[in-house]
Write a protein that binds this ligand. Structure first.
Ligand code: MG
Length: 421
């Protein structure tokens, strides 16, 4: 279905007209998320977000943070924490430390030194206030906070013998179905489906994600006609047994997004990610209102209040905080709790090579994660750090066993690591 541009803007000019459009929603197969949405009062969402996340039982003595260091070894960088009593925890960063290390070292680490790690949930707000850090509110602040949070949670998991999922409320699953993402735009539709087939063959994934549009491109495609040809070709080539996701990376205005969304609906795609510029919540909501395919978004979001807005107003159907960009597992769990009240899944975005491990722990303790999580083909790279090799079983990744993140021997992993310089 193709919309006339002028007619669309006439229709969406008033909220009354918009609700007429959204009243036309139907629910074809593949569009599951939106049908469960419930309107929830903002106060109820706040209450869900404010509930404590970390299970502190078993942590009976103070855990006074003595040192936090950014280290590097090969392609990986780490944040290593130690308490006065010698407890330690480790986080693996997502690559953003290359430019964000001054924020970590000058504005985040100094806040945490001397604090009790058990008060972590309070620290997440206080570090935001510290030295007016809130003026930097965004990924540049929250990535460094996330690394410290991951390391402190790892440490508390090690002390109590709990995995991150147990520490964050309890494990609800150990197997996490994944999609394999192409991540390319330089391919013709024919080359792209060939590539997708090879990824499915290699990983035995039951789902894929490919990119549509041109990325932040004001409706321009990566190459003329690529998107319109790729979507049906992917379904035809992959067959009905493979689930399909598409991500426009903020490519479209609402009219074009709806056009592309309709093609995705025609092939029964699972969801349509970031149809409009990511911070244009109103435009994204227009698309969500009109389409029956679930719209997903939130990977660059850093504000709890804006996530609350998206959930309260159903700006998207599926929320996607990035565990690094959004400031860690605790803040992301708060989003997931708000989303759950509204009947919306939380399918986290993944940044960094090791990021899928944090995703697995998050998925282990979050009841509604949607149908598939992302996998970036890097289990071999980290397998040796865990008690059992990381594993794919029947289209699903297996959550590593604890304690903490599951890294067996911090000293061994950090052997030869040097202070970041
Ligand atoms: Mg994306």
């Amino acid at each position: 279905m193709h919309f006339n541009r002028r007619r669309f803007f006439e229709l969406t000019a008033g909220t009354g007209a918009l609700s007429i459009l959204s009243g036309c929603r139907s629910t074809p197969s593949g569009s599951r998320a939106s049908s469960h949405h419930r309107r929830v009062a903002v106060e109820e969402l706040d209450k869900a977000a404010e509930k404590p996340v970390v299970q502190l039982d078993g942590l009976n003595s103070p855990l006074i943070i003595q040192s936090i260091e950014l280290l590097q070894k090969g392609r990986d960088c780490f944040v290593h924490v130690r308490t006065k009593d010698g407890a330690e925890g480790l986080a693996v960063t997502n690559g953003r430390e290359q430019v964000l290390h001054p924020i970590l070292n000058r504005l985040v680490i100094p806040y945490f030194i001397g604090k009790d790690a058990r008060d972590l949930e309070t620290h997440l707000f206080e570090v935001y206030r510290y030295r007016s850090n809130y003026k930097l509110q965004g990924l540049a602040l929250w990535c460094p906070v996330a690394w410290v949070e991951f390391a402190l949670l790892d440490m508390m998991g090690r002390i109590t013998g709990k995995s991150l999922g147990q520490l964050l409320g309890g494990v609800v699953r150990r197997e996490v179905p994944f999609y394999i993402a192409s991540g390319r735009r330089d391919s013709t539709p024919e080359e792209e489906v060939e590539y997708l087939l090879s990824l499915v063959e290699e990983t035995k994934a039951k789902a894929v994600k490919f990119r549509v549009g041109g990325r932040m491109s004001k409706n321009a495609d990566a190459m003329p006609g690529r998107t319109e040809k790729l979507i049906p070709l992917a379904r035809k080539t992959l067959g009905d047994g493979i689930d399909i996701h598409a991500d426009s990376n903020s490519s479209y205005d609402p009219l074009k997004a709806i056009e592309v969304g309709r093609i995705l609906e025609d092939i029964g795609a699972v969801y349509f990610e970031e149809p409009c510029p990511f911070d244009h919540l109103e435009d994204t909501k227009k698309v969500t209102d009109v389409l029956t395919i679930p719209v997903a978004g939130g990977e660059q979001e850093y504000s709890e209040r804006r996530f609350r807005w998206m959930i309260h107003n159903r700006g998207v159907d599926i929320v996607q905080p990035d565990l690094h960009y959004y400031g860690g597992l605790i803040r992301s769990t708060r989003v997931a709790r708000m989303a759950a009240l509204a009947g919306m899944p939380t399918t986290v975005h993944i940044s960094g090579g090791f990021g899928f491990i944090y995703m697995l722990h998050f998925a282990s303790c979050t009841p509604d994660i949607g149908r598939y999580q992302e996998y970036k083909r890097n289990i071999e790279r980290y397998s040796g750090w865990f008690s059992r090799p990381l594993e794919i079983r029947n289209g699903a990744l297996i959550v590593p066993e604890g304690p903490g993140v599951g890294i067996v021997d911090i000293a061994e992993v950090l052997k030869g690591a040097k202070p970041f310089a």
